[in-house]
Design a protein around this ligand. Structure first.
Ligand SMILES: NC(=O)c1ccc[n+]([C@@H]2O[C@H](COP(=O)([O-])OP(=O)(O)OC[C@H]3O[C@@H](n4cnc5c(N)ncnc54)[C@H](O)[C@@H]3O)[C@@H](O)[C@H]2O)c1
Length: 436
């Protein structure tokens, strides 16, 4: 079976590589020629643990190729995955489906023989049927089926998530399509992965519903953290106390500076728009969208307050820039509004991240941020240290060395990585989220 992955971004690259690891012939195509050029020169454009070696292994086996010949690879494909971006549409917050519809047209024009067209991108309910209509309109004789197969991988853990997912969701219309998609995921049947077969619209909605639920959970614990600070309670114990209840579960109960990344912000917003269009009450998610945006600016303000609001000639060192650890993705990272606010307030910002510095330079373009290739260098003469992203390498630094390097002992931990009392004992003026 020949698979063509349309879009070699996070999702296309990881899924394509993993399908080739399952034993299929996969060609990842992308209209970004530079991306294809670098993949063909053994340079992986994103940082994702384990991805580089898995790509290399499958390239050598001949099962995984990269190409900018989109038409040629549509033609020879038995299965085409649409894995293009669905960003927020400018101006109204809906998911922008331009790339998905362009892809559908391209497929329609070049497909040859029966082809299964699978949407992996996160798309609003009804998009699969629109893709079907586009293909039929452009190529009335096309022999094809459409399937919705939303992707749930998390950046930073993407390969493991693809190879050992909690579940696979498949929306389908014909038995033939079901049979083909079942064959693609056969390796997962062997490890007893639940595969949920449903209709197209339901599959599309499951993806948004899952992301929105997780965003609600994060925002809930963030609000609890705020309340804990006000009443003098400890949010860690609140999270533990509720998380032990199996109906609640202990995941996604870590307070922080608000969720970011390429998915939650845009997907929650798009879900609200879909519900509004259908006159359906979605006030819970609507509130979360607004609260999370507010939280990011509140966090910046809170940090400025803690630092005394006087930033003239003050040096603030930021550890961690990516929206979460183990990825270099800076999309919607909480570090962006924070650094903007610090610089606006007159501070000098030093920054270090194990992987995201190049991406950060793009997302913080025009801001006078000094980047360092080592966490200790970034801390020299700092008047405050702010931990923004909880990379593993920040878990047990040399605290004595840090105190010697810094001008002060001010440490604001935006991810609650350390024990409050121990940090005080070490000599830090240490503060956390949700602990007074
Ligand atoms: N990143 C994640 O963690 C994640 C997880 C689950 C689902 N998703 C969803 O998957 C989709 C893709 O996300 P991503 O993060 O991989 O996006 P991305 O921006 O990293 O990659 C998209 C790629 O598609 C390419 N592209 C666009 N139009 C094309 C076309 N017509 N032909 C060929 N290539 C084309 C772009 O050049 C780009 O390289 C989105 O809908 C997203 O919401 C993302």
């Amino acid at each position: 079976m020949n698979i063509t992955m349309l879009g070699a971004g996070y999702v296309g690259l990881v899924s394509g590589t993993c399908f080739s690891e399952f034993g299929f012939n996969v060609c990842c195509v992308d209209k970004d020629q530079e991306k294809i050029l670098s993949l063909n020169s053994n340079i992986v454009p994103i940082y994702e643990p384990g991805l580089e070696s898995l790509i290399q292994k499958n390239k050598v086996s001949g099962r995984l190729t990269f190409s900018d010949d989109i038409d040629g690879n549509i033609k020879k494909a038995d299965v085409i995955f649409i894995a293009v971006g669905t960003p927020t549409r400018r101006g109204d917050g809906h998911a922008d489906l331009t790339y998905v519809f362009e892809a559908a047209e391209q497929i329609a024009k070049k497909m040859d023989g029966y082809t299964l067209v699978v949407t992996k991108s996160t798309v609003p309910v009804g998009t699969g049927l629109e893709v079907k209509e586009i293909i039929k309109k452009v190529n009335p004789n096309a022999d094809f089926d459409v399937v919705s197969n939303p992707e749930f991988l998390r950046e930073g853990n993407a390969i493991q998530d693809f190879m050992r997912p909690d579940r696979v969701v498949v929306g389908y219309e014909s038995e033939k399509a079901k049979k083909i998609i079942s064959a693609l995921y056969k390796p997962l049947y062997l490890i007893e992965t639940p595969i949920l077969f449903t209709d197209l619209k339901t599959a599309e909605l499951i993806k948004y519903s899952a992301n929105a639920f997780l965003a609600v959970k994060i925002s809930y614990i963030n609000q609890m953290a705020d309340l804990c600070e006000k009443v003098g309670a400890d949010v860690h114990d609140v999270a533990k106390g509720i998380g032990l209840d199996k109906r609640i579960g202990n995941k996604f109960l870590h307070p922080g500076p608000g969720y970011g990344g390429s998915c939650f912000p845009k997907d929650t917003l798009a879900l609200v728009k879909t519900a509004n269009d259908n006159n359906s009450n979605i006030s819970i998610v609507d509130t979360v969208v607004q609260y999370n945006a507010q939280r990011k600016s509140d966090m910046a303000r809170k940090i400025l307050n803690e630092l005394g609001n006087d930033f003239k000639n003050k040096k603030v060192s930021i550890l961690g820039l990516s929206f979460k650890p183990e990825t270099d993705d800076m999309r919607e990272a909480p570090s962006i509004p924070l650094i903007n606010s610090l610089i606006e307030a007159g501070a000098e910002v030093n920054a270090y991240d194990p992987q995201a510095i190049e991406e950060a330079k793009f997302y913080l373009k025009g801001l006078d941020v000094k980047y360092f290739d080592n966490k200790y260098n970034a801390l020299e003469n700092a008047d405050a240290l702010i931990l923004v992203t909880e990379w593993k390498e920040f878990r047990s630094p040399d605290f004595k060395r840090i105190l010697k390097l810094m001008n002060t002992n001010v440490f604001i931990d935006g991810r609650n990585q350390f024990n409050y009392d121990q940090m005080k004992e070490q000599g830090f003026n240490y503060s956390q989220i949700g602990v007074k």
